[in-house]
Design a protein around this ligand. Structure first.
Ligand SMILES: CC(C)(COP(=O)(O)OP(=O)(O)OC[C@H]1O[C@@H](n2cnc3c(N)ncnc32)[C@H](O)[C@@H]1OP(=O)(O)O)[C@@H](O)C(=O)NCCC(=O)NCCSC(=O)CCC(=O)c1ccccc1C(=O)O
Length: 260
C-alpha cells in the first residue's frame, strides 16, 4: 500500500507511524485510518520491530480526531460511520507489542481516544488533551468512553466527556492519562529511550502481558461495534449536524432545542 497520509519508518527496532496531515491538525479521514491500520499491522508482523510509536507530524497536533471537513452526516471512508475506527482501535490493541503515543500538541477527540488506547503515552509539556464529541455532534461509544474511565477513573472520564474542557500535560499526568511529561525538545529522545528499554525485554513475555491487560476490557470492543450503529443514526440527525456545522462555521452550537 502506498502511504499518502502517514509516514512509516523503522529506527532501532521501533516502527514510527506518523500521521502526516499537519495542515489539518493531523485529523484523520477514511484513507488515513486505512493507512494507519496497514502500517500498524505491518509493524505488528515484522519480527525486527519490538515497539510501535504513534505520532503526529508538525508541532501543533498529535491528532484531533475525525476530519470535520470530510464529515457530512457520514465520513468519507469505509465502515459503519465512514471511518474504520473500530478496525484502527483493534489494530492498536491486537498488535503483540507495545504501542507508544508520542504527543507533542493537541490530542483531541478521536486523537485523544488513540492516546487512551496506546499502551503508553509520552507527552511534551506543550501537549493538550481533551474530548470534544458533545461539542461537535459526536461521541465514541466504546474505548474512548469506557476504557478512558478505566484509565483516568469514572469521575474524570465523565468530566472530560460532559464538559469538553482542555487539559494540560501536567493535568493529564496527574489523572494517569500519560506516563511521563518531558520538555518539548527532549520528547523524541525520551521516546527513543523508552523504546530501547522495551527492546531489551523478552518480546514473548511482553506479548503475553499485553494480551492479559487487554483481556480485562475485551468486552468494550463488542459494545463499541454495536454503539457505532447508534452513532451512525445520530450522525443522520439535525442535532449532530448542528455540531459539525457550528465547528465549520466557528460558532457556538445551538443544541438545547434538541433536548428530549
Ligand atoms: C484542536 C482544537 C482544540 C484547536 O483549537 P484552536 O487552537 O483554537 O484552533 P482552531 O482554529 O480551532 O483550529 C485550527 C485549524 O485546524 C482545523 N481543525 C482542527 N481540528 C480539525 C478536525 N478534526 N478536522 C478538520 N479540521 C480541523 C480548524 O478547522 C482550523 O482550520 P482553519 O482552516 O484554520 O479554519 C480545535 O480545532 C478543536 O477542538 N477541534 C475539534 C476537533 C474535532 O471536532 N474532532 C472531531 C471529534 S469527533 C471524532 O473524532 C470522530 C471520530 C471519533 O471520535 C470516533 C467515533 C466513534 C468511534 C470512535 C471514534 C474515535 O475514537 O475516533
Amino acid at each position: 500500500m502506498n502511504y499518502d497520509d502517514i509516514l512509516y519508518e523503522v529506527r532501532d527496532g521501533a516502527a514510527w507511524v506518523t500521521i502526516n496531515r499537519p495542515d489539518r491538525m493531523n485529523a484523520f479521514r477514511g484513507r488515513t485510518c486505512d493507512e494507519l491500520i496497514h502500517a500498524i499491522q505491518k509493524a505488528a508482523n515484522d519480527r525486527e520491530v519490538g515497539v510501535i510509536v504513534l505520532a503526529g507530524a508538525g508541532e501543533k497536533a498529535f491528532c484531533t480526531g475525525g476530519d470535520q471537513s470530510a464529515h457530512a452526516g457520514q465520513y468519507d471512508g469505509r465502515g459503519t460511520i465512514g471511518l474504520p475506527v473500530e478496525e484502527l482501535h483493534s489494530a492498536i490493541r491486537e498488535a503483540p507489542k507495545p504501542v507508544i503515543a508520542r504527543v507533542q500538541g493537541y490530542a483531541i477527540g478521536g486523537g485523544n481516544v488513540l492516546c487512551t488506547l496506546c499502551d503508553l503515552t509520552i507527552a511534551s509539556e506543550r501537549a493538550v488533551f481533551g474530548q470534544v464529541g458533545p461539542k461537535v455532534g459526536s461521541v465514541d461509544p466504546g474505548y474512548g468512553t469506557a476504557l478512558l474511565a478505566r484509565v483516568v477513573g469514572e469521575k474524570k472520564a465523565r468530566e472530560m466527556w460532559y464538559l469538553c474542557r482542555r487539559y494540560t500535560a501536567a493535568e493529564a499526568l496527574a489523572m494517569g492519562l500519560v506516563n511521563t511529561v518531558v520538555p518539548h525538545e527532549r520528547l523524541d529522545d525520551e521516546v527513543a529511550a523508552w523504546c530501547a528499554e522495551i527492546m531489551e525485554k523478552s518480546p514473548t513475555a511482553i506479548a503475553i502481558a499485553k494480551r492479559s491487560f487487554n483481556m480485562d476490557t475485551a468486552h468494550q470492543g463488542g459494545i463499541a461495534g454495536m454503539g457505532l450503529y447508534a452513532l451512525k443514526l445520530y450522525y443522520d440527525t439535525e442535532e449532530s449536524r448542528e455540531g459539525v456545522r457550528a465547528f465549520q462555521e466557528k460558532r457556538k452550537p445551538e443544541f438545547r432545542k434538541f433536548a428530549k
